[in-house]
Design a protein around this ligand. Structure first.
Ligand code: SF4
Length: 336
């Protein structure tokens, strides 16, 4: 799939800033884009350094690497801006797809599958956003009244969704009878965990369209089993991430206090990457996750020990009712 690498705009940004050493950060799957950007910068006699580390989202900007290398600026590839301000000048090169066809084709399929009637709230991952207005037109032509989610919080573009944030779409909750999330089943599932309205996930690569209610219920049943495991733990680790958009020290210390009030021992544990090995090596029987919400959903099986979201931990400690949390925005909330 061809991507918009914005090489002219990136070059202009670097030239105007007078940056001489630039760190280029990319997620797996977009390393080739990082190479193209590096080559373009080198032609401008700018030193380009590739980050080979992980890069999960716009929450995960490599400031520490840039600071260690004394890089003047960062080019962060594959995600829109997440953080409110940058510790080093950062260009968010979203790598939007140039070809709308896979998106229009899967939207056509979604229009056939979705029940008619009512308004549908539509969102997409950032890389498809150039074509969202065409999707909305297509849906309307097929008799589906569609409206894009707005901006707000960490959502910077109209219609944008993130794996952890759906503010724009959730604000439409009263108006819509269903949602359509274009980009991946992963992104659709996130929304299905936060709303009781039907959510259709559509993947332009596989052309799969799925109503995700049953999938969300299966995930929640597995999550409840983790809550029960957490209740049996004697020592709890409260995980704090060092990634700039995931670092929630205050939340972690409030949760530690609550666990202690509940009568168990608790420690704050700082981790850069939350891995199976790291959790296995720690003496805690269960953890609370103040980092990326999707670690608890997608990675739980691999991680082994229960890694509860803050809302789930409150349920485990008897401070919230499970039924009042699941399939509401509260489920992913990082406030207690
Ligand atoms: S917190 Fe997780 S889901 Fe949200 S942007 Fe970061 S990596 Fe993606």
């Amino acid at each position: 799939m061809r991507l918009d690498l914005e090489l002219d705009r990136v070059g202009e940004w670097v030239r105007r800033g007078g940056y001489r050493r630039v760190l280029i950060q990319s997620p797996l799957g977009l390393r080739h884009a990082a190479l193209r950007v590096a080559e373009a910068l080198e032609q401008m006699n700018v030193e380009a350094i590739l980050s080979g580390g992980s890069c999960w989202g716009g929450c995960d900007v490599a400031y520490r690497e840039a600071e260690a290398l004394d890089a003047d600026a960062i080019i962060h590839i594959g995600h829109p801006r997440f953080l409110g301000r940058d510790r080093r000048p950062t260009y968010y090169l979203e790598c939007r797809y140039l070809d709308p066809e896979p998106l229009l084709k899967v939207a056509e399929k979604a229009a056939e599958i979705m029940d008619g009637g009512g308004v549908v709230g539509v969102g997409a991952t950032a890389q498809w956003l150039n074509h969202l207005s065409r999707v909305i037109r297509l849906l309307r032509e097929r008799g589906v009244e569609a409206v894009a989610g707005g901006v707000g919080g960490v959502i910077r573009h109209e219609g944008q969704v993130l794996g952890c944030a759906y503010n724009g779409l959730l604000e439409l909750e009263e108006r819509v009878s269903a949602y359509l999330v274009l980009g991946s089943i992963f992104h659709g599932l996130g929304l299905a965990l936060l709303t009781r309205k039907p959510v259709y996930g559509a993947d332009p690569f596989t052309q799969r369209v799925e109503e995700l209610g049953a999938h969300a219920e299966r995930v929640l049943a597995q999550r409840y089993a983790m809550i029960e495991g957490f209740r049996r733990a004697e020592r709890i680790g409260v995980v704090v991430s060092l990634k700039p958009g995931q670092l929630r020290r205050g939340l972690a210390s409030r949760l530690k206090g609550m666990v202690e009030e509940w009568g168990r021992k608790a420690d704050i544990v700082v981790l850069d990457e939350v891995s199976e090995q790291a959790l296995a090596d720690l003496p805690h029987q269960a953890f609370i996750n103040t980092a990326c919400q999707r670690l608890s959903i997608e990675d739980q099986q691999r991680l082994g020990k229960p890694l509860l979201l803050p809302s789930e931990a409150l349920v485990a400690m008897g401070r919230l009712r499970w039924e009042s949390v699941i399939r509401t925005p509260r489920y992913f909330s990082m406030e207690v």
